[in-house]
Design a protein around this ligand. Structure first.
Ligand code: TMP
Length: 254
């Protein structure tokens, strides 16, 4: 078996060169970090579940006409994606106050927002992903005004699609983060959805009980993170065959 060249390692994923030019293999780790990696741990089976959940959500989103980097799932922990130039801006959509918003705005957790609010954060571990405005994005050339418009309109459509989808399985979509990339094809460049969408990058609360079914269980040492991720997959009807037993998956893949 040939060794694949690693092109990037992030906190939760590794990217390898793909089988064809213009593709990458995205490998999902069980490693979990919070607060810019000040807190580190492992959520057993997370990589397998996030691979499935992200596949499922990206597929539903693509069906609604939003271009994504997802090509196909390869195995338990890997998916084939299109290679993009990541726009260094995290786009967050919030429906209900939670997380950093509650502290910054003094709004209690769980407060319904008058409308969905879109925020931008600059992707920089060094600076701790600061909140930024469109002015910063254009002034520093991280994205142009057209790309900002595309990111905002796609993020809001993703919010509509996912809010409905999760409502149908008894989960309230509180907020989420998405990332976009530039996909170059010949002379053309297109803004497409990239990265992942999973309980690492969303807040999900049970509609009946308000139980947290996402990474806040790890961030806040609440326990039950593994079970929460499995529960999201189970409700979406995509728990890996064999259930949690299968979730360790292949450990070494280089
Ligand atoms: P926040 O309330 O901490 O700003 O998070 C907003 C949303 O973004 C939440 O759904 C979690 C997600 N998120 C990430 O995906 N990566 C991050 O580094 C952070 C801080 C939040």
């Amino acid at each position: 078996m040939s060794r694949r060249r690693q092109v990037y390692e992030g906190k939760g994923k590794v990217l390898f060169e793909g089988p064809e030019p213009g593709t990458l293999v995205q490998y999902f780790k069980d490693d979990a970090t919070a607060f810019n990696a000040q807190k580190r741990g492992v959520i057993t089976g997370k990589g397998v579940i996030n691979n499935r959940i992200s596949e499922f959500l990206m597929t539903r989103i693509a069906e609604m006409g939003i271009p994504t980097h997802f090509v196909r799932r390869l195995n338990m922990r890997e998916q084939l994606v299109k290679e993009v130039e990541i726009i260094p801006v995290e786009v967050v959509v919030r429906n209900i106050a939670a997380g950093s918003f509650t502290k910054r705005m003094g709004v209690p957790e769980g407060t319904a927002l008058p409308r969905s609010i879109v925020e931008f954060f600059y992707k920089s571990d060094e600076l701790d992903d600061p909140l930024i405005t469109e002015e910063h994005v254009t002034a520093f050339g991280w994205a142009n005004p057209q790309e900002i418009d595309e990111m905002v309109s796609m993020a809001l459509r993703i919010n509509d699609i996912m809010s409905g989808l999760f409502y149908g399985v008894g989960i309230r979509l509180i907020d989420f983060k998405v990332e976009f990339g530039r996909h170059y094809q010949g002379d053309e460049v297109r803004t497409i959805l990239a990265d992942e969408i999973s309980p690492d990058s969303c807040r999900f609360w049970d509609i009946q009980t308000n139980d947290k079914l996402d990474k806040d269980r790890f961030r806040r040492d609440m326990g039950g993170a593994e079970e929460a991720y499995q529960e999201v997959a189970r409700r979406l009807g995509i728990l890996p065959e064999g259930g949690p037993r299968d979730m360790k998956g292949p450990e070494v893949m280089q």
